[in-house]
Design a protein around this ligand. Structure first.
Ligand code: UD1
Length: 336
């Protein structure tokens, strides 16, 4: 059974490729390195098998996608490949819609042509916006606040519609906030330029690449006034994909499933846990709220437990330990 992992050189994709290999799956990665490094493939091969199949291709190139399916015996697909920067998506909406929707459409068409009917899709809790109640269940209303968010919302709809009239079976995985790294410290998150996301920023402060963290707002209605998110260890997240593939074998339709811990942490909880992992304080200051930020969100993780038989096993301490281990060993990410 070979699993095609699109975007397998990326942060979540690379960890999932390793988890799939560990679970006994044969893996074929496709990536165009638009936002990732060939070094990630080397590192994944070092953790798995030197012969792990890799194809460099852009999913918008329909000829290349057809060739990929013709040359490899693909049984199932996990689709990560997408542009993912919220701010950039607001500046370049058409690029985001073309890439994220076009690649999904082309992939699903190629799957149909080759009789491949099982798909795990990378969605995001961003489709919930600010939920009326937390923990948020999959039944909560969805929408989006950025072109990036709309591409996830629309991709979910496209896949639901396709699944309704074909043999296609899909699990839509709505990720909360992935952090951490493989315990080896050889793969991890490697953001381009100055990170937007909290934990990469904190770790670059810790390693000395950035001076201090700006904490966006301490006047939210939360225990310490800073915003709440559901941080999930990327290896737990990767294992969630393995569980989703296994569940797909006996599942019809197109359910959406939250992948989160069910635990909310504030920004300062993260800063403190990071300081413990690093062994020194993280310099930070409180500044204005960030435009568009939501106050609190964390997952109701019950459906993942019931449907996929999966739950997270790693806590915030382990997330920070492993993220720091990656950062410490690779101060400049894959360019180190
Ligand atoms: C952001 C995206 C979301 C995307 C997710 C990917 C926005 C509005 N949302 O979500 O669509 O799916 O990343 O993981 O960009 N923070 C600071 N200082 C910083 C950076 C972050 O205080 O320098 C705070 C934020 O205000 C927030 C928390 O840390 O409260 C987490 O921020 P971030 O990592 O950017 O994730 P999200 O806002 O959840």
């Amino acid at each position: 059974m070979a699993v095609l992992v699109t975007g397998g050189a990326g942060y979540i994709g690379s960890h999932t490729a390793v988890a799939l290999h560990d679970a006994g799956y044969k893996v074929v990665i496709v990536d165009n390195f638009v936002n990732s490094s060939p070094k990630a493939i080397e590192a994944v091969r070092a953790l798995t098998s030197p012969g792990l199949a890799f194809v460099e291709a852009d999913l918008l190139d329909s000829g290349a996608v057809r060739q990929l399916f013709a040359q490899h015996q693909i049984d199932e697909v996990i689709h990560f490949a997408a542009h993912k920067a919220v701010g950039e998506s607001a500046d370049q909406p058409l690029r985001y819609y073309r890439n994220n929707l076009g690649s999904t459409l082309g992939l699903v068409e190629a799957m149909a042509e080759h009789g491949v009917t099982k798909l795990v899709f990378s969605s995001s809790c961003t489709v919930y916006g600010q939920p009326a109640t937390v923990p948020v269940t999959e039944a909560a209303p969805t929408g989006a606040e950025s072109p990036y968010g709309w591409t996830k919302y629309m991709s979910e709809q496209i896949l639901r519609d396709a699944a309704a009239v074909s043999d296609l079976d899909v699990v839509l995985l709505r990720y909360f906030n992935p952090v951490g790294a493989h315990e080896s410290g050889t793969i991890g998150e490697d953001p381009n330029g100055i990170p937007n996301n909290l934990v990469p920023y904190v770790m670059q402060v810790a390693i000395g690449r950035l001076e201090k963290l700006r904490v966006f707002g301490d006047d939210y209605d939360t225990p310490d006034g800073t915003a709440i998110r559901d941080y999930i260890h990327v290896v737990d997240l990767a294992e969630g994909h393995v569980a989703a593939l296994a569940a797909l074998a006996s599942m019809d339709g197109c359910p959406a499933v939250n992948l989160g811990t069910g635990v909310g942490s504030t920004v300062l909880d993260v800063v403190n846990a990071a300081a413990d992992a690093v062994g020194s304080p993280i310099p930070h200051e409180i500044v204005e709220r960030r435009l568009g930020d939501i106050e609190k969100i964390y997952a109701d993780a019950a459906l993942a437990r019931d449907l996929l038989g999966w739950e997270t096993r790693r806590d915030l301490t382990e997330m920070m330990r492993d993220h720091w281990n990656w950062q410490r060993k690779n101060p400049q990410g894959f360019a180190t």
